[in-house]
Design a binder for this molecule. Structure first.
Ligand code: ADP
Ligand code: MG
Length: 399
């Protein structure tokens, strides 16, 4: 799960991290009110969307010459005019895709006199099972570009979570950023604070870009992105409360209500599978047969009738879906119960596209009998390869 910049900053501030003062706003009036609470005379009005690259982004409605999604303002009037231009409009950045994202929230913050900009991030590194702390002197720009053209300017420091953050990790961060004197000390302190926040909040990723050195010699976090391990969210109701559903795909929100793992993809064959590994294999074999999956969908081990029905509805809402492939392995679940669920769900949703079902496992014969006796135009498949060929043939018939 991702959160907004202002929310991440509020969380980090609790760990002592140095952050310029700022206030979130949902309306133009609130934005002006927020600016009045700040010392001024320089303010920054920042679009809050779950995507980076806002500064260089463009508003769809405003034309190519308008300013981006992060703007400096030198007066309350300027704060007001920026807020008016941003709220309700669609910001397109390198991370949003062409469709862009509607700006519904703003963050009005102190304008900082920037000396240098640095980069710092932390991610869970699955390969080493440790936390990778990544720093670079090249902050404020696209880090992917830095990694591509000047990889020597990026330093990775690996921290073993069992050992925790040691003073030498802090020194390594300050050294990599080439900081001297008091700034060097500040970097060591901040790196520890950020690590503590990362671990305590069960983050999956924390990125500070830029980490700024101000004109008066302070290290401050000017921008931050934070995402969380969804499996650990139950431990953090305060983080869960920060979820902004307007930033998420409606079908994925619906799926999460039924505990279905659903991810929309670009193809035309809807997939309903139990188990993530089987779902991946199903997607692969569809591709092997020359078509593309419309989604990844794992109904999980306990695929009840309710879950199967919800899954059908979600798949069918996608207008790109021209056929559905159900691939279920009845291990703990029995095939006859699953078949009952499929038949009931297919009747309830008024199935409008071809449906191929491959069942295997406990009570498979009984399951197949139920499908055949249902009177529904369900195509039964013998195995995974057969299922893929049949659904591909079905959708090509329509095309
Ligand atoms: P994004 O990464 O989405 O473009 P940032 O918050 O990093 O958004 O803002 C883009 C740029 O705007 C930063 O690299 C920085 O130069 C400038 N900036 C951001 N916040 C401030 C601030 N509080 N004061 C001065 N400049 C800022
Ligand atoms: Mg940034």
């Amino acid at each position: 799960m991702n959160i907004h910049e202002y929310q991440a900053k509020e969380l980090l501030a609790k760990f002592g991290v140095s952050i310029p003062k700022g206030i979130a706003a949902m309306t133009v009036a609130e934005a002006v009110e927020a600016a009045k609470q700040l010392p001024g005379p320089l303010y920054v009005v920042k679009s809050q969307i779950h995507a980076g690259g806002r500064g260089k982004g463009k508003f769809k409605e405003l034309g190519p010459d308008a300013k981006g999604g992060v703007r400096l303002a030198k007066s309350l009037e300027e704060v007001e005019s920026h807020a008016k231009e941003m709220l309700g409009n669609t910001l397109v950045t390198i991370q949003t895709g062409e469709a862009g994202k509607q700006v519904n929230r703003l963050y009005v913050t102190d304008g900082v006199d920037i000396g240098s900009e640095y980069y710092l991030s932390m991610v869970v590194d699955r390969a080493t099972g440790r936390i990778a702390l990544i720093v670079s002197t090249e902050g404020g720009m696209d880090i992917e570009e830095v990694a591509h053209s000047t990889p020597e300017k990026i330093t990775t420091i690996v921290i073993d979570p069992a050992q925790g953050f040691m003073p030498h990790h802090g020194r390594a961060v300050a050294f990599a950023l080439k900081l001297k004197g008091d700034l060097n000390k500040q970097a060591q302190v901040m790196a520890k604070q950020l690590y503590d926040a990362f671990v305590a909040l069960d983050c999956a990723m924390l990125e500070i870009n830029p980490l700024a050195e101000t004109g008066d010699g302070q290290l401050q976090v000017l921008d931050t992105k934070m995402s969380f391990d969804s499996n650990a969210l139950y431990r953090h109701p305060e983080v869960m409360a920060l979820r902004d559903e307007t930033e998420e795909d409606p079908a994925e929100i619906e799926a999460s209500k039924y505990d279905l793992a659903y991810i929309k993809l670009d193809g035309n064959i809807g997939c309903m599978v139990n188990g993530a590994g089987l779902a991946m294999a199903t997607m692969d074999i569809i591709k092997l047969n020359g078509e593309f999956p419309a989604n990844f969908l794992d109904v999980g081990g306990g695929a009840t009738k309710e879950k199967v029905t919800a899954a059908f509805k979600i798949i069918l809402k996608d207008p790109a879906v021209k056929g559905i492939l159900v691939n279920i392995f009845g291990g703990i679940m029995k095939c006859d119960i699953i078949a009952d669920g499929i038949v009931a769900a297919a009747k309830e949703v008024n199935l409008s596209v071809p449906l191929v079902v491959r069942l295997e496992g406990t009570n498979v014969e009984k399951g197949k009998e139920i499908l055949e006796g249902s009177g529904l135009p369900i195509v039964s498949a013998a195995d995974l390869g057969d299922a893929a060929q049949k659904i591909v043939a079905e959708v090509r018939k329509i095309a």
